[in-house]
Design a binder for this molecule. Sequence first.
Ligand code: HEC
Length: 143
Amino acid sequence: MSIRKYLLVAVAFALTSCEKKDNIVNSENLDHELNQDTVRFSDLRNLFRNQCYSCHSQANFSFTGLNLDSYENVMSGNMNGSVAIPFKPLESPLYTKCTPAFLENPSLYNGGSRMPEDNETFFDQYPEKLELIYDWIYFGCLE
Ligand code: HEC
């Protein structure tokens, strides 16, 4: 087998095994190498500006002390702790508070409302935007 063919097979294998691992969302030892750099904080800015700043920004309100208006503010979380835990979307309120699952079991996520509080079904209408938050955290909360 030529070296080029060998490399192709190796890459294909790496891609398939990575895909399988993707299903185990809670595992800590995920191999993110192939997908790293895919989602950056700047990709979330418009979403946060349009849906969250009215209640979570320095210029307006900061409910629970949470500001989503800069990378530093998101990463520093609020009085309850971190809201975005790199690689762990299912443990990150920034994601879980926005999911439909939140409505079924709010006690899992410290209670309160589903976000955005003034339009709780927003992410049902735009699931790809919820996925963006998920992916951003899943790939390590890149700046
Ligand atoms: C209309 C006001 C409003 C909007 C808009 C809003 N929030 Fe909130 N948010 C709140 C309030 C009030 C709380 C505290 C009560 C609660 O947890 O439900 C809160 C709490 C939170 C928390 C929990 C913080 C903690 O201490 O656990 C997160 C995370 C959060 N919001 C994320 C978001 C995101 C992401 C958006 C935009 C997609 C958003 N919020 C939009 C009002 C809002």
